[in-house]
Design a protein around this ligand. Structure first.
Ligand SMILES: Nc1ncnc2c1ncn2[C@@H]1O[C@H](COP(=O)(O)OP(=O)(O)OP(=O)(O)O)[C@@H](O)[C@H]1O
Ligand SMILES: [Mg+2]
Length: 274
């Protein structure tokens, strides 16, 4: 299969004028984003002047070596953590400089999170953990219940699993609950950091298929992964090294997985020094 629309570039600075002319609509814009951590007198510059636009409705993957700053970037883009310098706009809201309360409300209304650390409320059943988040949106109860049933069904958690409490879950079950919870409010952007890290291949596929469906439905996804096969589902892959974006690969949107697609990703990663 031809990969005609595939381009690999080593530029990381989006050309605002060109994008405006092309009529793209970024769901996330980061400008001169920097994050510095201080460890007893020394400073570590983990993110360095990152400029990034993420198109609305796109499936974006961030790859790079361990320690390159991928999770830090995801936290900064999603309002989970504050950058040291720079600005981030998500779904039309400038999130830099907001108070903790404003950020929490912003995340609740616009973002879904699929992280390896799943913080479920121990005193609530699996089902109630999910419904609580859904009902906070203020949407009709009937709609939230129907969406919960659909999502639980898709990740293979039946009524008996939904009655369990978080302490009774395996790592993989907890991760699947976390994914259902992150999607219940139909967020504009779903942020995922190694979302299949604790799942066997069957459930990895279930989760990735679920994210692909969400993407096809028009929601945006920003995902960190180490797995080229997982990355091959994206329509843009960014490569981060030493806190700077070194290049990106564009892949045809909404195309099925294929060995060609995976080979293109592997070629790009080799070019980036993966
Ligand atoms: N809260 C923190 N305080 C101090 N240093 C931090 C903090 N968070 C991250 N770092 C440092 O920033 C660097 C980048 O960390 P980050 O977690 O973003 O890497 P990563 O690319 O996600 O790596 P991995 O692939 O291993 O998950 C690391 O050297 C890490 O030690
Ligand atoms: Mg990480």
């Amino acid at each position: 299969m031809a990969m005609s629309s595939t381009t690999a570039t080593v530029s990381s600075t989006p050309d605002d004028a060109a994008r405006a002319a092309a009529g793209t609509d970024p769901v996330i814009t980061a400008r001169l984003l920097s994050k510095t951590f201080s460890h007893g007198g020394t400073q570590q510059h983990v993110l360095k002047n990152i400029d990034l636009d993420i198109d609305r409705g796109s499936f974006t993957v961030i790859m790079g070596p361990s320690g390159s700053g991928k999770s830090t970037l995801l936290y900064a883009l999603s309002g989970m953590d504050r950058p040291t310098l720079g600005t981030v706009t998500v779904d039309g809201t400038e999130i830099s400089g907001r108070s903790e309360d404003q950020l929490a409300r912003f995340r609740r209304d616009h973002c879904g999170f699929v992280f390896q650390q799943i913080h479920l409320l121990d005193s609530l059943s699996v089902r109630d953990n999910v419904l609580t988040v859904g009902l906070l949106t203020g949407r009709p109860r009937r709609e939230i219940l129907a969406r919960a049933d659909e999502l639980f069904d898709m990740v293979g958690l039946g009524p008996r699993d939904q009655r369990k409490f978080p302490s009774m879950l395996s790592g993989g079950e907890a991760q699947r609950v976390g994914i259902v919870r992150s999607l219940i409010a139909s967020p504009a952007v779903v942020f995922a950091d190694e979302p299949t890290g604790q799942l066997n291949s069957e459930y990895s596929r279930v989760v990735l298929d679920l994210l692909s469906r969400v993407h096809h439905g028009g929601q945006s996804i920003v995902m960190v992964t180490h797995d080229p096969r997982t990355a091959a589902r994206a329509d843009r892959i960014w490569y981060l090294r030493d806190g700077s974006l070194r290049g990106h690969l564009d892949l045809p949107r909404f195309e099925m997985e294929s060995e060609d697609r995976l080979a293109t990703v592997n070629d790009f990663l080799a070019e980036m020094g993966w």
